[in-house]
Design a protein around this ligand. Sequence first.
Ligand SMILES: *[C@@H]1O[C@H](CO)[C@@H](O)[C@H](O)[C@H]1NC(C)=O
Ligand SMILES: *[C@@H]1O[C@H](CO)[C@@H](O)[C@H](O)[C@H]1NC(C)=O
Ligand SMILES: *[C@@H]1O[C@H](CO)[C@@H](O)[C@H](O)[C@H]1NC(C)=O
Length: 194
Amino acid sequence: MNNLLCSVLLISVILILTDAGCLTYPNITDANFDKDCNGNAVITCYEGFKMIQGLECVEEEWRYQNPICKRTECRYKYSNVKALSPNPYGRRPESDPAKCDETCANDIRCSAATMIWGDNCALYETPFIFVSLDGKEDQCIEKCNEMSECKTFGTRNDSTGLFCYLFNVTLDKIPEKLKQIYTSDFTVAEKICE
Ligand SMILES: *[C@@H]1O[C@H](CO)[C@@H](O)[C@H](O)[C@H]1NC(C)=O
Ligand SMILES: *[C@@H]1O[C@H](CO)[C@@H](O)[C@H](O)[C@H]1NC(C)=O
Ligand SMILES: *[C@@H]1O[C@H](CO)[C@@H](O)[C@H](O)[C@H]1NC(C)=O
């Protein structure tokens, strides 16, 4: 099987089939099938998946194999240079978590909210996308895995619990006012998916 010797991997986001004569789509799981205005089929992997297409040489010619959509895998790159403070832009006296969410939903500036100290609703603005004050660091990582828009997470071990906060931007795009000198109470990590 000398085919394997010359196989390479190509990575692309979409595959366009120009053969209008094909009545059935190729069997690719975890993908959307669409037609563009020229009648070409456009195959796009679901969010969180990337398209991988093998190319192999068969009888001394390069041939594409059927593409597959493979789940992207994410890892975390920790930073110990800067800490990120979970500083809210506002606090409202509140004891009901549902009311806190409602307050955030009604405030155009608010992108995330959480109850703190039992009787305060803390309001956060973009690029925060999620904040909580309970749980453990691995739950925070799990939350960042679930939210495909999460690019960076931070935690802070506060006396009242563990703050977990997620951002939809990379570390370099997080506003300077949230950055402070690193101490061991904090973790900061960027999500890298490939
Ligand atoms: C499509 O591919 C999947 C996995 O490779 C297989 O389980 C399924 O039977 C295939 N479906 C058809 C219609 O060929
Ligand atoms: C981050 O999310 C906010 C909404 O909460 C949105 O307005 C903003 O465009 C997003 N930024 C990026 C880089 O996706
Ligand atoms: C927070 O810090 C305390 C004291 O340093 C430690 O006992 C506790 O395990 C830490 N909590 C988390 C969630 O890391």
